[in-house]
Design a protein around this ligand. Structure first.
Ligand code: JFZ
Length: 644
């Protein structure tokens, strides 16, 4: 069977040239979260799952109670910067354009550049327009609290003055200045935290490094040599010479031995006891979990964690990637991450001259504008009391209640947003940024807040819901009557099927994730216990990946005592990509996800069990990957429909 797990490791092999197969298989998203709860049906009506149920206890790096992490969780919003010689090349080499992550240009999977040829980029690398104070001024206006910049990426080039290795910006370029020093100083002056990225395991320039340069295959030196001669001394330089360090951000630990991870921890603790280390140091010895890449988890993970994301699809500056996220998309992702309890780190790749591209810069300034009026809903705010998003948006918490971030403004019906299972006394609800009080009504387990017909201006309107004293919520899946709802794979109860986190690459190095229900057998079923706000007719749609084997497999969705059958249609799949502009069959195919309409279904109000199961029994349905069911109110008057 071509399992998803195999697909992931095959891609990892492809990406890292075969040496660092484990490099991409380590992230928390790769952990199987199967547990007893999912194997055996639980007969109780709505068993609220603990976060551990969903994410497994393997995620042991986070220590939420550690006071050293308090600032990290409080600040929520960081800037990631990928800047090095790859910025100079910007995804072009010898007149040819490359697509995918720009910082991997040197790798055989992309332009396959020899060490010596790559080093010639340094001759012209002269970021004359770099102005640390201008950067910091921008960060301030964007609402950024912490900055993490690539000190050395996989290309082996140090963006700082290094005595340990001459291949650095001061010794090897006409620029001759240390931008990290200038940036660290400017950040510290402006009260912005400063941290650095260091690629500890992959160094494409070095003999003995785990992914040793391909044009120099003879391994005369061991990893230990490289580690002691370059990695450790450079990390020491960075820890000693740049003032207080917020975060040391390691990456792609691959198969690096635990003793190396521990040596790095030891060195960080020695010089910068307050600095936090991310989980990509490897071997479970980091302080907090990094979710990657571009993945905002749909269920709140436990502990201290961050989501890393980029303003387009590449990390380094690329002339072929102008797929910039809009201000609204960026803000939604910041809010969703905060609502799940994480820190959001957004990346930009500066141009080779040391300035930022205009569009992402303007987009982040718009987010910054919003933050000047809504900062309290992010900075210092707590995660949502619900472990998943609301159909209309998402929730963070403050001292006196909750902030309801409305992504999807209700434009019809009762013009209200609804909360399920809120137990406590509401004192007041009002629109932030100068709005009048809003009417709050309670109807059984539902609390409804009526909002103005006209959506307020601004990126995301926020309703502040002030609570009188303590409150609790019931953590249920809901189907709302005025906006679309999703029942997500993470929240299903599986009988004889599995929940599997799935990742694949779109363009080279561009990772996508779609967590899915997989491994269907005859007799399998997945169920959700959902609270339906209102009796109505909804368009049922399914988000899934159906490969050619499962094309035409028959399925059934059960809603209460009604049964709706449908035929699943091929959504496409493709050979695993292991290099730009070429595919190679690794015995694994990448999934393609699509949304298929099932049809109009009637949902009664109240607690409903919704079930999906294959009817096809010859095994061909096994490979279908279901990531969500969608229920979208059709705006029909139920009274008008007698044959529903
Ligand atoms: C790594 C780097 O290779 C890449 O160049 C960039 O710096 C990015 C931030 O980190 O790429 C990864 C690392 C981990 C995963 C995916 C891409 N992962 O766990 O899915």
């Amino acid at each position: 069977m071509r399992s998803a797990r195999f697909a992931v490791s095959a891609m990892a092999l492809a990406l890292t040239g075969g040496v660092a197969a484990a490099a991409y298989a380590k992230g928390p998203q790769e952990q199987s979260i199967q547990n007893e709860d999912q194997q055996k049906p639980n007969t109780e009506k709505q068993t609220p799952r603990t976060m551990n149920d969903l994410w497994g206890s393997k995620d042991a790096t986070s220590k939420a109670s550690d006071p050293r992490t308090a600032w990290f969780t409080h600040d929520r919003y960081a800037m990631f910067i990928h800047w090095s010689l790859f910025s100079q090349a910007a995804s072009t080499w010898k007149g040819k354009k490359y697509y995918g992550i720009a910082e991997w240009l040197m790798h055989p999977a992309m332009a396959n550049i020899s060490k010596d040829d790559y080093a010639t980029l340094a001759n012209d690398f002269d970021p004359k327009s770099f102005d640390a104070n201008a950067w910091v001024d921008f960060f301030k206006r964007a609402g950024i609290k912490n900055v993490v910049i690539t000190a050395k990426h996989h290309d082996g080039f140090a963006m700082f003055k290094s005595k340990a290795d001459r291949f650095n910006i001061v010794d090897a370029t006409p620029y001759k200045r240390d931008p990290l020093k200038e940036l660290a100083n400017a950040c510290h002056r402006a009260d912005i935290r400063f941290g650095f990225y260091y690629s500890q395991y992959q160094d494409w320039r070095e003999q003995g490094s785990a992914a040793v340069a391909w044009d120099d295959p003879q391994q005369k030196h061991s990893f230990d040599d490289y580690f002691k001669r370059k990695a450790l001394p450079q990390v020491r330089e960075l820890l000693k010479n740049y003032g207080p360090i917020s975060v040391v951000w390691f990456d792609t630990p691959g198969t690096m031995g635990e003793k190396y991870s521990r040596e790095l921890v030891h060195m960080v603790k020695k010089y910068q006891p307050k600095a936090l280390i991310n989980s990509r140091i490897g071997n479970g010895v980091g302080d907090y979990a990094t979710y990657g890449d571009n993945e905002v988890p749909r269920v709140s993970p436990p502990g201290v964690w961050e989501a890393v994301d980029t303003t387009n699809d590449s990390w380094g500056y690329s002339v072929t990637d102008y797929n910039w996220k809009s201000p609204e998309e960026l803000l939604h992702r910041l809010i969703s991450t905060s609502a799940r309890g994480g820190t959001y780190m957004i990346n930009m790749g500066p141009r080779p001259d040391g300035t930022f591209p205009d569009i992402p810069k303007a987009a982040l300034l718009d987010v910054g504008d919003w933050l000047t009026h809504h900062g309290e809903t992010i900075y210092g705010a707590g995660r949502s009391p619900w472990s998943i998003a609301q159909p209309w948006g998402d929730v963070t918490t403050g001292k006196d209640g909750m902030y309801l971030h409305v992504f999807d403004w209700p434009v019809s019906g009762t013009h209200s947003i609804a909360l399920y299972g809120l137990q406590g006394k509401v004192r007041r609800a009002h629109l932030m940024a100068g709005g009048a009080d809003l009417t709050v009504t309670t109807d059984g387990d539902w609390t409804r807040i009526t909002v103005p017909d006209r959506r307020p201006d601004g990126l995301v309107p926020v309703v502040a819901l002030e609570m009188d004293g303590a409150y609790q919520v019931k953590d249920a899946d809901v189907i709302a009557s005025e906006v679309n709802s999703s029942l997500i794979a993470e929240r299903a109860k599986c009988w004889e099927c599995k929940y599997t986190p799935i990742g694949w690459m779109e363009r080279f190095g561009e990772w996508k994730a779609a967590n899915s229900l997989t491994d269907w057998k005859p007799g399998s079923k997945a169920t959700w216990n959902a609270e339906v706000q209102k009796l109505g007719i909804y368009k049922l749609r399914v988000d899934f990946s159906v490969n050619s084997t499962a094309d035409f497999s028959q399925w059934e969705v059960g809603v209460g005592d009604q049964r709706y059958t449908f035929e699943a249609h091929y959504t496409g799949e493709r050979e695993v990509q292991n290099r730009t502009g070429r595919r190679q069959f690794w015995g694994a195919l990448d999934p393609r996800y699509r949304r298929q309409d099932v049809g109009a279904v009637t949902l009664d109000a109240g607690a409903q069990t919704i079930t999906i199961r294959p009817l096809t029994t010859d095994g061909t349905a096994a490979s279908v990957k279901v990531t969500a069911l969608r229920l979208e109110p059709m705006g029909l008057r139920v009274e008008a429909v007698s044959d529903r």
